[in-house]
Ligand binder design. Structure first.
Ligand SMILES: O=P(O)(O)OC[C@H]1O[C@](O)(CO)[C@@H](O)[C@@H]1O
Length: 653
């Protein structure tokens, strides 16, 4: 690795007088040097004499000489951190963009040494970064940026249980959820690993009771079907892992005769879909909510409780409903025996909770705990790598840095997640939440508006389906950095006699082809050589030079699913730490929730007392009025229970 670049301010220092005269005052050398030191650091501290000088009325020539804007001096004085974009490492990367703009991946890919340097491997996972628009220097400069952002310290702080989620005053310890029994991970002075394993052991025993039939429903029948009710992080992660495990032969075998459904949306259509063909007598309902207050989840929980009790009576709740939450008080108030509740902790963020009981319970019920344990072990393999590997060979760090490079320097705010594996169909929706809820922020950790955009717009579909959908835009329209994810040994094997390749090989041919198509493109010369008519040449040209990265997994087992999950989770955290934001809160979801509450109150008043709407703008009033006048709506007051009635047309028996 190269030596860190000389920070811009230090370069200035070489040209700047060592003492500055301002309004007749002469500043001493140490003050100027100290100011230089402060301005070259990402972290600014108050109470230094240089700050007092800089804030004084006589400071203007000095500030100008140091290129420090007044608002920054004030921020320094109040203890705020400078945005990373004011660092020398950031400026150096901005400058470096010009060098990269003079390159093309078509040429960069010919440098085998470069490619070799950019292909990384850990615990069976190969990450190929050679199709990123980077050269050796770029990686060095990104590592300088990581150093400037104190990335290593941030990673250590996370694993040390420091309250890095500052706005909620919480630790961020989802890694502890998959730590081996003998690991020590402290939060507020206590090792949390034993408590994690208490819950895992409880899930192991409970899932075994359900699966073996030693726990029966209220009418004495085995509970073969599970409906997990939850939304956001209490849904997307478990759905992703379930979808990935469903077709894995060992898991499929273990799940024989069982069904796992998810109910997330408050839309009654989702209720109908989740309950279709299920029988209350053989159904176990798991209510999953970290807070146990989420409006959608709680209405769905009450709805399904009614579905259970209307058929089996109120006493059936104790046999047919369990809960996963950090709020065991509300679980009890809901009517679920605390003995049938599986807890977790406020140091687990909702979108990082799939390795807590949130995911482990429904998945263990479906596949048995032993399979889920392997998933946790896979995630821990990456956790351990993340906390201990040097940054230059640390997979989540490198992935995160590449994303920062693409978003903040190459101007590509979106990212496509393209698994060439149908079992990973729910990876992109899950990572959408992990990434966008974490990093879609507008202010720094200090609450200061950031002068650059953060976060990525994540979307994706499995290949090759995506190829027949949005890849046109990726090839000839906008530049969207792509993550290609391929599997060496498929969960399923099909080879038809007489076909050139097996079905999985056919899929993977596309995986390999797409990355090169994006990188190389197709030139006018190539088209001319192919005798393409002149009029069509502009339409058939591909600029190429479109970056992607490839992740190759040996197979798709619970273990590698865990690895993939942790890889993305930590990558997102790396991005957030570089940008200087809090990736672990989500205040941006609150406003819409509270406005929905206001609409709910008025909706009820309008339906029950035909009260006129008030306080809404013209647009909302018009649409709400039209909605309320609709003839197909339920009429209040006649709140008959939903089940068994015909309010779910098409699904009644
Ligand atoms: O698990 P809970 O508390 O019901 O929250 C569900 C989801 O709602 C959010 O708070 C906001 O969408 C997510 O962060 C969370 O995963």
């Amino acid at each position: 690795m190269q030596a860190p670049a000389v920070p811009a301010v230090q370069q200035q220092q070489q040209h700047c007088p060592i003492s500055v005269t301002s309004s007749g005052s002469r500043f001493t050398t140490p003050a100027v040097v100290q100011a230089f030191r402060l301005s070259s650091s990402c972290f600014f501290h108050s109470s230094s004499s240089s700050l007092r000088i800089l804030r004084s009325r006589a400071d203007q020539p000095l500030r100008r000489a140091l290129s420090i804007p007044h608002h920054r001096i004030e921020a320094m004085a109040s203890g705020q951190h400078a945005p990373i974009s004011e660092s020398a490492a950031w400026a150096d990367l901005k400058q470096h963009v010009k060098t990269i703009e003079g390159t093309h991946l078509r040429n960069l890919m010919q440098d085998n040494n470069r490619c070799e340097e950019l292909i990384k491997e850990y615990d069976g996972i190969v990450v190929d970064l050679s199709r990123q628009r980077v050269i050796h220097d770029t990686v060095d400069k990104l590592l300088n940026l990581a150093e400037e952002a104190k990335l290593k310290e941030k990673i250590d702080q996370m694993f040390d249980g420091v309250h890095i989620n500052e706005t909620e005053n919480r630790s961020v310890l989802h890694a502890a959820l998959r730590a081996p029994r003998d690991e020590v991970i402290n939060c507020d002075g206590h090792n949390v690993v034993p408590a994690v394993w208490d819950v895992l052991d409880k899930i192991d025993a409970f899932s075994d009771q359900i699966r073996s039939g030693s726990w029966l429903g209220s009418t004495g029948k085995p509970l073969t079907d599970v409906v997990a009710i939850g939304i956001g992080g209490s849904f997307l992660g478990p759905l992703f892992v379930h979808t990935a495990m469903q077709t894995e032969p060992g898991c499929a075998q273990a799940a024989k005769g069982r069904r796992l459904r998810f109910l997330a949306n408050v839309d009654p259509i989702d209720v109908a879909r989740a309950l279709l063909d299920l029988n209350q007598e053989t159904t176990l309902v798991v209510i999953v909510s970290k807070t146990f207050t989420t409006a959608e989840t709680m209405l769905n929980a009450r709805t399904v409780r009614t579905w259970i009790t209307s058929a089996l009576g109120v006493e059936a709740v104790s046999k047919h409903m369990v809960a996963v939450s950090t709020n065991l008080k509300l679980v009890k108030e809901f009517g679920i025996d605390p003995a049938n509740a599986f807890g977790f902790w406020d140091w687990v963020g909702g979108r990082y909770s799939v390795c807590s009981a949130v995911g482990v319970l429904p998945l263990a019920l479906q596949y048995g705990f032993s399979h889920v344990k392997k998933f946790l072990q896979g995630a821990w393999s990456i956790d351990d790598h993340f906390r201990s590997a040097p940054l230059e060979s640390n997979l989540p760090v490198l992935l995160g840095l590449m994303s920062v490079w693409n978003v903040s320097f190459l101007g590509c705010p979106a990212r496509a997640i393209l698994p060439y594996c149908q079992a990973l169909a729910k990876l992109a929706p899950h990572i959408q939440q992990v990434s966008m809820e974490s990093n879609g922020k507008g202010v720094s950790l200090d609450g200061v508006p950031l002068p650059f955009g953060t976060g990525e717009i994540d979307f994706g579909e499995p290949g090759t389906n995506g190829q027949h959908s949005f890849y046109q835009l990726i090839h000839q329209g906008r530049v969207i950095p792509c993550d290609f994810i391929g599997i060496i040994k498929s969960q399923q094997s099909v080879y038809l006699k007489g076909e050139q390749v097996s079905n999985h090989d056919e899929l993977m041919c596309n995986f390999f082809a797409q990355a090169d198509a994006l990188a190389y493109g197709k030139t006018r010369e190539e088209l001319v050589a192919e005798k393409v008519p002149e009029a069509l040449i502009p339409h058939k040209m591909f600029s190429g030079n479109r970056q992607s990265l490839s992740i190759l997994l040996p197979n798709l087992t619970p273990y590698t699913v865990g690895q993939l999950l942790a890889l993305y989770e930590h990558r997102v955290a790396v991005q957030g730490w570089i940008w200087g934001i809090n990736s672990f809160d989500q205040w941006g979801v609150e406003l819409g929730k509270s406005l929905a509450g206001k609409v709910r109150t008025q909706m009820n008043a309008a339906r029950t007392k035909t009260q006129p709407l008030s306080g809404f703008n013209y647009s909302t009033t018009t649409l709400l009025t039209r909605y309320l006048q609709g003839k197909t709506q339920l009429l209040y007051p006649d709140p008959h229970d939903v089940f068994p009635s015909n309010v779910l047309p098409g699904f009644e028996k």
